[in-house]
Design a protein around this ligand. Structure first.
Ligand SMILES: Cc1ncc(COP(=O)(O)O)c(C=O)c1O
Length: 387
């Protein structure tokens, strides 16, 4: 069983940071990797052509093993929107077909599909969250509605593993079966789960999995990763950069222009993917996350939160059953008529950092959180409810 990892971070002891869904804090190991990487540019003559490839390759390998995939299928992106745009560039829905997305899905996985819809005449089909007060029933009904929305006219299903605002879990296995049956491409945004929730591309076989690196993967901002399945094997990138072309390791021959790409998903890598500062940080982060393991992160966060769940509900808040949401990411809805400002105030007085969205609070604990962090959160919630 994983123990609390607070000592691996430089967190302010007075702050209760329960907001990894916003951005992970920097671990000491990743910070060290970043500092060493910054110093590396003092001596550019020591950066060899091989260095342009080595760290990116290790990043590919480490990320691939975290999601049970192959390094050859991993692409390096600067953002999720870039990865989604790469997938969209290689999908060709027709007028009359549809692209399935979810209600209030994160915009990086929506705007590109809206654009593709304008360009092709395919419809964006949004699956709304059903109304209801029994959260387990809402969860079940939403998952059913997603399955029903996927039919013979569906070209693409672009969804997350858990909803970014409240951690609602989607039944990816059933969704994949439905996509497979109708030949629809399944594009998964794993940003709010990969690293914290076990996921296997070999078992699930989506068409693409794209995830930001700066949240549950503990990397720096401006790094994202993609696993691109066989559907994209011969795809085109959204930019044509020199390093993605075959033989680019030979710097002397770069103007012998080459029409083939580097093998596998490397063709989709962003230009300047070798990023000598961010890549070593991302590698250190992926190594650290791989050591904890996503299974242990779920177990740890579940164990941390479980003793407080009844108190949260007894104070009048709505909290979905653990089986319908992530242990690492969940929403708490305020009671009818309860003031959001009052909750904000109570949280801020106790230095509790979470995200407040509308009448819901998003809680996102990780292995650096301990009982005192949860205690401060629940004290704040109880005092706001009693006011
Ligand atoms: C579900 C989800 N996808 C993607 C992102 C980030 O997207 P991008 O890398 O395009 O900024 C976020 C950020 O909060 C997110 O929650």
């Amino acid at each position: 069983m994983l123990s609390c990892q607070k000592s691996s971070f430089s967190l302010d002891p007075d702050v209760h940071y329960l907001n990894c869904a916003y951005m992970s804090p920097l671990s000491k190991r990743v910070e060290e990797a970043g500092m060493a990487a910054v110093r590396g540019k003092r001596t550019p003559w020591e950066i060899t052509p091989q260095d342009f490839f080595d760290t990116p390759e290790r990043v590919r390998e480490t990320f691939a093993s975290l999601i049970e995939g192959k390094a050859n299928d991993i692409a390096l992106f600067p953002s999720v929107s870039y990865g989604i745009a790469t997938a969209a560039r290689n999908l060709h829905p027709k007028a009359g077909q549809n692209i399935v997305v979810l209600h209030e899905q994160f915009p990086s996985n929506v705007y590109t599909w809206m654009r593709l819809s304008e360009e092709t005449g395919a419809d964006v089909r949004t699956v709304y969250r059903p109304n209801g007060t029994v959260l387990s029933e809402v969860h079940e009904a939403w998952n059913q509605a997603i399955l029903q929305a996927i039919d013979a006219s569906t070209a693409v299903v672009a969804i997350p593993i858990v909803h970014w605002a409240d951690g609602t879990r989607f039944d990816l296995e059933a969704i994949q079966h439905r996509c497979h049956r109708f030949g629809a491409a399944l594009i998964v945004d794993g940003t709010q789960s990969i690293g914290a929730l076990p996921f296997s591309v070999s078992a699930l076989r989506p068409d693409a999995l794209i995830t930001a690196g700066y949240k549950w993967l503990f990397g720096p901002y401006s790094c994202a990763l993609g696993w691109m399945g066989p559907r994209f094997a011969e795809g085109f990138p959204i930019e044509e950069n020199w390093i993605n072309r075959k033989g680019s390791e030979q710097f002397a021959g770069l103007v012998d222009y080459e029409s083939d790409y580097q093998p596998g998903a490397r063709r989709f890598d962003v230009g300047e993917k070798s990023n000598f500062i961010l890549m070593p940080m991302l590698l250190a982060a992926l190594q650290e996350v791989s050591q904890w393991t996503p299974e242990a992160v779920q177990e740890y966060t579940g164990r941390l939160v479980a003793p407080f769940e009844d108190r949260i509900r007894e104070a009048g808040y709505q909290l979905a059953p653990a089986s319908t949401r992530g242990a690492h990411l969940f929403g708490i809805r305020l009671a009818q008529g309860q003031s959001v400002a009052g909750v904000r105030q109570a949280l801020s007085e106790r230095n509790v950092s979470v995200s407040v969205r509308g009448n819901a609070i998003r809680i996102a604990p990780h292995v650096y959180n301990d009982e005192a962090d949860m205690q401060a959160l629940v004290d704040a919630l109880e005092s706001a409810a009693a006011a």
